[in-house]
Write a protein that binds this ligand. Structure first.
Ligand SMILES: [Zn+2]
Length: 83
């Protein structure tokens, strides 16, 4: 854990480097002190994005997680079958 102080850009809380959540997006490094601040930020961000492309982006993201869930289910099934 470093001793560099960072400010959460959603709520202004000060925290130390190594804590919180760091995300690189749009060529910028964003720092949040908690998951709830990260979600708040992304909820606002979405409103500024092109709403036409947003529909497709939502579908693609849902698909990605659906694929991940079925992959996990498949692995669990195989593990059970191997028993
Ligand atoms: Zn915060």
């Amino acid at each position: 854990m470093g001793d560099k102080k960072i400010m959460c850009l959603v709520c202004g809380r000060i925290f130390y480097e190594g804590q919180g959540i760091k995300i690189n997006i749009g060529g910028q490094e964003l720092v949040f002190h908690s998951k709830s601040c990260t979600i708040k930020f992304f909820k606002s961000l979405v409103l500024y994005l092109d709403q036409k492309n947003l529909g497709d982006a939502v579908k693609m993201t849902i698909k990605e997680f659906e694929d991940r869930i079925s992959e996990i289910r498949e692995k669990t099934k195989k593990k059970l079958e191997a028993l």
